[in-house]
Design a binder for this molecule. Structure first.
Ligand code: NI
Length: 169
């Protein structure tokens, strides 16, 4: 007998947005080869050095919600970590796409035109250039953003939710 899948009240598949995160993406610092290989010096801004960038460790340095922090740069693109909870504002980025990779929790991105996408841990979505969007998370989500250097979190919307960009940790 066929059974309909259990659905979250808002249409989300049950179990998709667990809080465990991706264990492979969130190892403890130096967990692969033991502490003998852990280097104590931090990688310099924009310079990789020889130390792996540990996402769990970096998230531990972020105390504010909705305030992206840069952890690495690839040519003109930056990798930013951000902790999200609650609802952000509608905005767009007229000059660039914006990638969201959910590492832990569940993220909803409302899009103009009444569409939305829900992402669980391990899921990626790229908001197209110029499309208005509004991220939100019922419970805290940990997200990796990939976007060009200089992109503001509120796009061209501005306002009190805007934070300084290019803040490295
Ligand atoms: Ni955005």
């Amino acid at each position: 007998m066929l059974r309909a899948p259990v659905r979250h009240p808002r249409g989300r598949r049950a179990g998709r947005c667990g809080r465990a995160g991706l264990r492979g993406l969130f190892p403890a610092q130096g967990s692969c080869y033991g502490s003998a290989f852990t280097v104590g010096t931090a990688a310099g801004r924009g310079i990789m050095g020889t130390q792996a960038i540990n996402l769990r460790s970096k998230f531990g340095q972020i105390t504010q919600l909705w305030s992206p922090r840069v952890i690495a740069q690839l040519n003109d693109y930056q990798f930013k970590l951000v902790r999200l909870q609650g609802e952000f504002i509608w905005h767009d980025h007229p000059d660039t796409d914006e990638a969201f990779l959910v590492l832990e929790g569940c993220l909803r991105i409302d899009l103009d035109g009444g569409e939305s996408v829900e992402l669980g841990a391990g899921e990626l979505y790229v908001v197209p250039k110029g499309r208005r969007h509004r991220p939100s998370a019922l419970e805290e989500a940990k997200v990796l953003l990939i976007e060009p250097n200089g992109v503001l979190n509120t796009g061209r919307e501005g306002g009190p939710r805007t934070v300084q960009n290019d803040q490295w940790i």
